[in-house]
Design a protein. Structure first.
Length: 179
């Protein structure tokens, strides 16, 4: 089973397709509007279809996306565009996806739905062996683990973390999963 976890951001989109295969998509700083959105989706397509130069066939069973936290209202419109473009891209390739709200992801990762970015990175270092510093990449890793636990790829959590996994409305995948 192949999961793509995405923490969509205009400056630094975090992604993970496995616990040891994750990274960031960073558009050039002069890219704006559609050019930036296109760059982000093209790079995610390369991650999702690593052996297909045309990236016409995504090799994914499901995607899990962190919902937007519209704290900076001047960026809400652009973040909404990015989220919509990513969802449309996945939908056009027949990839089911689920959106996990930030508070739910933070609760899963740290036990605190109001955890800050530093706490998310610290928890990823402590519990997932993450060696980086990016909160976007750490969030993508947490999303992957959340989905991985939901679909039985990694050990099931206990207590509060288990409840968070159960609270997500996961898509049914029986007809897509091949192994």
């Amino acid at each position: 089973m192949r999961i793509l976890a995405i923490d969509a951001s205009l400056r630094s989109t975090g992604w993970a397709v496995a616990p040891a295969h994750h990274g960031l998509v960073k558009p050039p700083s002069d890219y704006r509007g559609a050019q930036r959105l296109n760059f982000i989706v093209r790079e995610l397509a390369r991650v999702a279809a690593p052996h297909d130069d045309s990236a016409t066939s995504l090799q994914l069973d499901v995607a899990v996306i962190e919902g937007a936290a519209y704290l900076r209202t001047n960026r809400a419109y652009e973040l909404g565009e990015l989220s919509g473009v990513v969802k449309l891209w996945l939908h056009s390739h027949g990839v089911p996806y689920v959106v996990v709200q930030p508070k739910r992801l933070k609760k899963y990762a740290t036990g605190n739905g109001n955890a800050d970015k530093a706490a998310m990175v610290s928890a990823a270092r402590d519990r997932l062996g993450y060696g980086g510093r990016s909160d976007d990449e750490a969030d993508a890793l947490w999303l992957w683990h959340l989905a991985g636990e939901a679909f039985g790829l990694v050990a099931s959590p206990h207590g509060e973390r288990s409840r968070v996994v159960d609270e997500v409305d996961w898509p049914r995948l029986a007809s897509r999963v091949t192994g």
